[in-house]
Ligand binder design. Structure first.
Ligand SMILES: [Zn+2]
Ligand SMILES: [Zn+2]
Length: 161
């Protein structure tokens, strides 16, 4: 558990409250809460699709045309290092980000690769039946439910032509 996660971020928390949390966490970590960082954080709070850094860059560029991809990468790394944002499992080929840094699970669409949040409370607690080999220390379990999202599961008539 990250030491900075003192306040619980609720998925339905309004943006001003989240921004206040973000500013407090930045201050506690000694990070200047710059306009760039706030814009980046807002873009992530507003994103419902667990965007990649590149997707986030495209969105932030509309607000700050002079921002570079390198700056976005750098700030994302800082946010992640300080537990300000969360990263979704890495094995989907690219880093996917989200502002929801509370433990939760995901529904992954195998067709469009969109990810949706599944609250931790929606899944039974997972326990191991026996100790793991190699002295591996489990910190958390993340469940991924794979399937088709509503859009992709819909009859194909609208998408074929
Ligand atoms: Zn889909
Ligand atoms: Zn999520």
């Amino acid at each position: 558990m990250h030491p900075l996660r003192r306040v619980r971020i609720q998925p339905d928390m309004d943006f001003e409250k989240r921004l206040e949390w973000f500013r407090n966490e930045c201050a506690a970590a000694g990070l200047p809460c710059t306009h760039q960082r706030e814009v980046l954080y807002r873009a992530l709070v507003e994103a419902k699709d667990h965007p990649s850094p590149e997707m986030l860059y495209e969105r932030v560029k509309r607000k700050i045309p002079s921002i570079s991809l390198g700056t976005v990468y750098r700030n994302i790394k800082i946010f992640l290092d300080h537990g300000l944002i969360g990263e979704v499992s890495l094995h989907h080929g690219s880093l996917r980000l989200e502002a929801n840094n509370e433990p939760h699970h995901h529904l992954v669409c195998r067709h469009c690769r969109k990810m949706f949040d599944l609250p931790a409370a929606g899944v039974h607690a997972i326990r191991l039946r026996r100790a793991l080999p190699e002295g591996f220390q489990v910190e958390r379990f993340v469940v991924e439910a794979h399937g088709l999202c509503q859009e992709c599961a819909a009859p194909k008539k609208r998408r074929s032509n």
